[in-house]
Design a protein around this ligand. Sequence first.
Ligand SMILES: *[C@@H]1O[C@H](CO)[C@@H](O)[C@H](O)[C@H]1NC(C)=O
Ligand SMILES: *[C@@H]1O[C@H](CO)[C@@H](O)[C@H](O)[C@H]1NC(C)=O
Ligand SMILES: *[C@@H]1O[C@H](CO)[C@@H](O)[C@H](O)[C@H]1NC(C)=O
Length: 507
Amino acid sequence: MRSMAQTQVPIALTFSVLFLISISHAARSTPPPSKLKAVNLGGWLVTEGWIKPSLFDAIPNNDLLDGTQVQFKSVTQGMYLCAESGGGTIMVANRTSASGWETFKLWRITSNEFNLRVFNGEFIGLESSGDAVAVSNRPGDTETFEIVRNSGDSSRVRIKASNDLFLQAKTEISVTADYLENTNWGDDDPSVFLMTIVGTMRGEFQITNGYGTENATAVMQEHWGSFIVEDDFEFMAASGLGGVRIPVGWWIASDPTPPWPFVGGSLLALDNAFIWAEKYNLKVIIDLHAAPGSQNGFEHSGSRDGSTEWGTTQANIDQTVSVIEFLAARYAPRKCLYAIELINEPRAPSVTLESLKNYYKAGYNAVRRHTTDAYVIMSARLSADETELLQFAGGFYGAVIDVHYYNLYSDIFNSLSVQQNIDFVNNNRSRQVNTLTTSNGPLVLIGEWVAEWQVNGASKEDYQRFAKAQLEVYGRASFGWAYWTWKNVNQHWSLEWMIKNGYISLI
Ligand SMILES: *[C@@H]1O[C@H](CO)[C@@H](O)[C@H](O)[C@H]1NC(C)=O
Ligand SMILES: *[C@@H]1O[C@H](CO)[C@@H](O)[C@H](O)[C@H]1NC(C)=O
Ligand SMILES: *[C@@H]1O[C@H](CO)[C@@H](O)[C@H](O)[C@H]1NC(C)=O
């Protein structure tokens, strides 16, 4: 049996013994919550380029943002540039094909100057001899390169180093910054490389650093003030929704002057969401979607280049707890605050179970210092057993476990038919929801799902059946569900579009 000390519910200490007994047998006291039907406000306070691509249109050189993965093939050698051993030593140009060691992640300094991060995390730089190496962990001037693109063919590039000379692949094993001649961009020029872009990121870091602080402030504030407005909340309520899950980034806690490159103003938008939620009687889940250092490397975690560094130091965890503390203190007095989600989609194995539990305990306590009413949501780790936190989370009064169910992002869905997708929801997902539902464990939230799949050419009726099956099965989750997302240029990913076009009805 859990002790009250463990579960941190100061208010319960004043209640009757009977009450204490009843809460000791369930993570949340009676009465059980009515099940939440919510929608995520994705792509609003944490940018995701695929949700609204036009936001990125006015960034110069907008295919070379932070985290873009590029490969360079020497036109004279016909070989790819490579950080030998993945980094820590020399640069070579002796690979006939490209994968990890031949792929570089951009850190954008200006619209045409970059640091190039290699597989092991070092940056390409120069020795005093002019030899290119990948040894520095902290990029400075000698790790900064200008990518000069051929005006007729932007994939033909030269790479200008800090000594104002161009990199050249002299031989397969000699890459040096000592080429000073002009170019006719021919295949005989050792300073010409073919650049291939093999990965892109379009998140908050990319958009704010891409525009630069001044222009980003204007672009983001315009977006925050127009993408989601009061009318949306009115329509959600009228459509049978009971709440919103709002992804926020860690920088919101230092609004209006967040650390570079993030810009201020998202806190005002969140304040507005609370005003509208109160007016239309919607519940609010605040979801820390982007944690400092990034907990999953995805663009929606505010990551610069895909690395996952969250939770690797106590200072980082403490910083994240203070973000939660800030949000809890600010919004605890609001009656529509329903829950705070401590972190979204931490990914195994980079995020260890141990550091996550440390954080969940401290984050939970931070919320409880301000409210005993709000639920505290703990996200399951991606790429891990979704039941691993059940027992742990069950030890906290008012805890909820969050899992995300997409019939996507895994090869198992590649060739499923319409009916097989629906069967998967009715059988496999249903079994998963049952497994997560335990008498002493946390409540269960399906915090993200969507009526989209890998099926091509499905009919409206197919989508309706798929959505209905999910509503039915996820409707059994003890806490409720939240659709991903409210607005999206991809129609099926927009619950607003799905409701307005008769694909989904909640009433
Ligand atoms: C590329 O050159 C380096 C340095 O000489 C060498 O260690 C490595 O084996 C070479 N790799 C290939 C595939 O030729
Ligand atoms: C901001 O945008 C304006 C107009 O689009 C542009 O001329 C200017 O160069 C941008 N400023 C920066 C710092 O990029
Ligand atoms: C779904 O569950 C069935 C057992 O009912 C199993 O055979 C099947 O492999 C599962 N499907 C996937 C895609 O995991």
